[in-house]
Unconditional design. Sequence first.
Length: 357
Amino acid sequence: MNERAAADRKPDSDAKNLRIRPNTIAYWLLCVAFLVFCMVIVGGITRLTESGLSITEWKPITGTLPPLNHGDWLSEFEKYRATSEYQQINAGMSMAQFQFIYFWEWAHRFLARLVGAAFALPFLWFLIRGAIPGGYIIRLIPLFLLGGLQGVIGWWMVVSGLSERTDVSHFRLAVHLLLALFILAALIWTALDLKALARDPQAKPARLNGFSLAVIVILFIQLLFGAYVAGMNAGQVANTWPLMNDRLLPDGIAWERGWFYAAMNDPFLVHFIHRWWAWVTVIALILLARRVKKSGARTISIAIHTAFGIQILLGIATVLSGVNISNTAITIAILHQAVGALLVASVAWGAHRLGQR
């Protein structure tokens, strides 16, 4: 009788297993991760073209479309003219120039909406279809909530530049950028867990071990100061390498309020820390890549080495270019941010490999 009952239940169980698609879910998350990567790049362009304050209101729904007629453009331009950035820096800007910076901020916000839709709609579909493996729904919901939080933080960042300031707070910019990179890494990590589950139904999610965590903390510090450099335009205080204006420790650091305040706010010291902490980061990444290679994952090791190698070269090139408004300098700086995101992705890949059980 028990055998017969088990046989009666088996078709239902098999049907349920057929509905669960860990590989499909993994590829969906990797597509969302690619969109996040694109958003990081467009965010970098927005920053480098000083476009971030061109849209002075946050309209999550009605702001999806850009101005569609001349009257709408005049209205948006009038709002921008009331900002300190326009009055102190861009006074006399033409409509064509305003439309250029408006486009990049609009594109950045549009991509953010696209990322939200690309996550939410398939998630609901997979949820209704029962295609999400057990234990992963509770992991995907926080990722969606973090995406919504990222939009709130983006506006919180913009608001900081719409008062007396002519740019956004470098602290808020750092939070905005680092959360985007965290979401990128979390999407990749979860996708890798799902791909492992597709290969082996008994596979358990990877764990972040102590060594990988230490490497990530070191990389986090480098990314944090990179965001500070971007937010403070600290890359422009020195365009020589390896010395900064012919000195190892540059002149001009304001020590009056203590070393910690200077490390957080002084562009000379922020640039100095970002420049030299990079080599601490390189050592940590080499050690990570070597451990990954020993685990049998040579491809991941190559990815980590390639990413940080190119990133170092782009960082030096960005410094030498002076991060000015020329197309070449902007292109190099954008590539520096893009490869930084790829480096985060490769480190997540490597840490995941070391944490597999």
